[in-house]
Design a protein around this ligand. Sequence first.
Ligand code: NAD
Length: 493
Amino acid sequence: MRVTVIGTGYVGLVTGACLSYLGHRVTCVDSDPEKVAALQAGRVPIFEPHLEDLLILARERGGIDFAETLAGPVRESDVIFIAVGTPASANGSPDLRFLEAAARSIGAAMDANRQRVIVNKSTVPIGSGNLVESLIRDGSAAASVDPAAIRFGVVSNPEFLQEGSAIANSLYPDRIVVGAENAEMFALMEKLYRPIIEQTFAAPAFLPRPAGQSRVPFVATALTSAEMIKYAANAFLAMKISFANEMANICEKVGAEITQVARGIGLDARIGGRFLNAGVGWGGSCFGKDLQALTHTALEYGYRPLLLEATQEVNRQQRQIVIQKLQEKLFVLKGRTIGLLGLAFKPDTDDLRDAPSLTIAARLLQMGARVRAYDPIAMSVCRQQNPDLAIQYCGSVAELAGGADALVLVTEWQEFRTLDLSAVAQLMAHPVLIDGRNQIDPAAARKAGFDFSAIGHGLMREVSSVSHPRRVPEAAARLIPADQGKSGLQRLQ
Ligand code: NAD
């Protein structure tokens, strides 16, 4: 099929590359001329694993090109994706400027030559399908296109990819959700995604098909339900992390270990183990703004969403926990040099939108500390996007640690999980290490000479390693109910 994707950010570019890899002919349009020029020159303006490799294959398969204006591509396309940003505005409601501009421009470019599907992939408030349809009609009317002559339908096709594994999430998704108002639209979307639904495409060598991957469910819903599914999914995932963080904070009070607790509850199939990692809180381009948007929508309809509010509040507080831990270790933070291991909101991306690192850095700077940071990928983006944040950027972990009073692991990059801890500790003025993502073995950190702390490790002072239950000393063992004893703890390992 002939496809146009409007917006070449994390979602649009990945969508365009995947559809073209499947054999569709794709044009990706972006209003940012620098992005388009980079893509036309073969450079990928964002960091996403395997995207560059996939774009090379996409050119050879369906074919993919890049343009600044959408009129030509829209006229030639059967399917037009809208994948522009929908950031939060000051009152928490989504800022729909980009979506509205895209919809009007599509309308202005329409002609009577074919039936088109307009696919809303941006995360938009419930009811936006109708809004997009009316804006397309407005755009057509303004461009004097005969409204009776144009044939199109608007569908909602929410995106569930995770940055860092976006290609795998798109080629091997858990489900494809499509909201539409008529059977013809569902049929066109099913045709577009058939190679993914039936898993008939040849898997790229760098991303083999996961063992056991079978037919992908195609979930056909009402337009509004599809829009709601996206918000509900993100709200649930954010709530799961906030729940784990709240449990971690209680664990610290009562002398329990959140990693053990998370495993113990996560093995329950009704709960599931993913998104239960305690840490410095969730961030990224979606959770915060989507929770705000859903809260805003609920309030508009006179409903106060207490669980959504609590999910956000727990996360706000969680970002401050690192500061408290630093104060416990160093007492005064003014004049101290604190090194942040990681800036990106999660590993394998350069995305810094709503990253906990930025909140932590800003608070430390406000308290008079000196803040250094090292991130394998996200430093230049951070410098560019936050010119007022007086972070000293370091070229390596060694430079970050040299003479520092404390290090805080903020992003769980692979590189930080395999550090030579003794070598790092020796470089520091005070070997204080706060593991904000529970990635480092406490026993190894202590052995390396660190004054170490993590999140929700209430047993930390007694237990040398969570993976060696036999080493639980008497004091910690007393905290385990008598009827469970050692075997109870071992069941959680
Ligand atoms: P992004 O900001 O990375 O990219 C958006 C792109 O759209 C930018 O390159 C911008 O220049 C371009 N653009 C804006 N207006 C345009 C116009 N009128 N014409 C052409 N191009 C235009 O955004 P993103 O992270 O890719 O997110 C896009 C949407 O997908 C958002 O609604 C987001 O909530 C949703 N989403 C994002 C993710 C994610 O992980 N990033 C996951 C699921 C859903």
